[in-house]
Ligand binder design. Structure first.
Ligand SMILES: Cc1cc2nc3c(=O)[nH]c(=O)nc-3n(C[C@H](O)[C@H](O)[C@H](O)COP(=O)(O)OP(=O)(O)OC[C@H]3O[C@@H](n4cnc5c(N)ncnc54)[C@H](O)[C@@H]3O)c2cc1C
Length: 307
């Protein structure tokens, strides 16, 4: 399959194609084995062509944005990874509607909106993901969520069909949307914003940024919160009360600053992180009978250990 993908993608215009590309270069955790093929489309027809080829040949595939919510296992990813980041990041504002290609950094979209005096996205000024990842995850912070502002999104479904889907159709939940259930790729999204006072919006965003700097290990490689907050609880507090703050496995550590962050101290493997994830789940369950569900998306294969 790898050879077939390589040879077909070498003959068709789908954007830049990288082979055996270490995913550690593409995730904020700086962890992850190689993807068979990583494709960086720069035009919409390339995205559609690629999705049609994937459907025709039944290749396994996934789409990623900025890799800020991804744990890629050490054996890497079989099939095609479509990366939509700086290669697919144009944006325009028409009145109070901001339309961005899905690779656009949501922070950057939010900052441009704020400077134009448009309110609604300022909650996202500390979220280092793409517009597509934020829509897929219904990213949120400080009481704001993508679902409050998404007007529509252009998707491509796994059979290659494009369709514009409204915010109501997205079935948003806590860090979830129907994008995953559909197995669809977000091409672009439109956000309905409202007029606001730029200075007040900047002040609000700055307060939140300051709070993040004080409470999160932002200078270290991580994927933000590892677990979802269980109903009526904070995952960080449960992990801290289970006595796990600062626990290390290999190059990974449950952050001493924020217990729901696992940081890469240097040279951490996915296996190190997964061990800490299991440890946190086991200890929190043992102490509080509460199951922690990962918020990060765990993808790819383990390294083959051989006989
Ligand atoms: C320091 C730090 C702080 C963070 N703080 C927050 C926070 O406050 N709130 C919050 O919600 N999150 C937070 N996150 C997590 C993360 O930034 C968000 O989940 C973000 O929305 C993920 O976007 P991404 O582009 O990095 O997605 P990726 O990590 O690349 O992918 C995540 C998931 O989205 C899917 N996906 C990505 N792009 C697309 C697309 N175009 N179409 C369809 N599916 C797609 C992927 O397949 C995968 O399932 C934080 C992360 C870090 C590192």
């Amino acid at each position: 399959m790898k050879e077939e993908m390589g040879s077909i993608l070498g003959r068709v215009d789908v954007g830049r194609v990288l082979h055996n590309e270490p995913m550690a270069r593409h995730t904020t955790w700086r962890i992850g084995g190689p993807a068979d093929v990583l494709v960086l489309p720069t035009a919409e027809d390339q995205i559609h062509r690629l999705m049609a080829l994937i459907a025709e040949h039944h290749w396994p595939w996934m789409v990623m944005g900025r890799g800020s919510n991804l744990l890629v296992r050490d054996g890497g990813i079989r099939g095609v990874v479509i990366k939509l980041a700086d290669n697919w990041s144009a944006m325009e504002i028409d009145g109070t509607v901001l339309v961005a290609q899905s690779g656009r950094l949501i922070v950057s979209a939010a900052n441009v909106a704020i400077r134009r005096g448009l309110a609604g996205l300022e909650f996202a000024t500390g979220i280092p993901g793409s517009v597509g990842g934020a829509v897929r995850m219904n990213a949120g912070a400080h009481g704001g969520e993508i679902r409050h502002v998404l007007k529509w999104a252009d998707l491509v479904f796994p059979d290659g069909t494009p369709r514009r889907v409204t915010g109501e159709e997205m079935g948003f939940g806590y860090r979830s949307s129907r994008v995953a259930e559909w197995g669809a790729l977000v091409v672009r999204a439109a956000f309905q914003l409202s007029p606001g006072d730029p200075e007040a919006l900047i002040r609000r965003a700055k307060t939140w940024t300051r709070r993040r700097r004080q409470t999160q290990p932002l200078s270290q490689a991580s994927a933000g919160s590892v677990f979802q907050n269980p109903a009526n609880h904070f995952a960080a507090r449960l992990i801290e009360e289970a006595g796990l703050k600062g626990t290390r496995v290999g190059g990974a550590q449950i952050s001493p600053i924020h217990a729901n962050f696992i940081v890469n101290l240097g040279g951490a493997t996915a296996r190190d992180v997964l061990e800490l994830i299991c440890l946190a789940q086991e200890e929190v369950y043992r102490k509080f009978a509460i199951r922690l569900t990962p918020e990060v998306k765990i993808v790819g294969e383990d390294v083959e250990t051989g006989g």
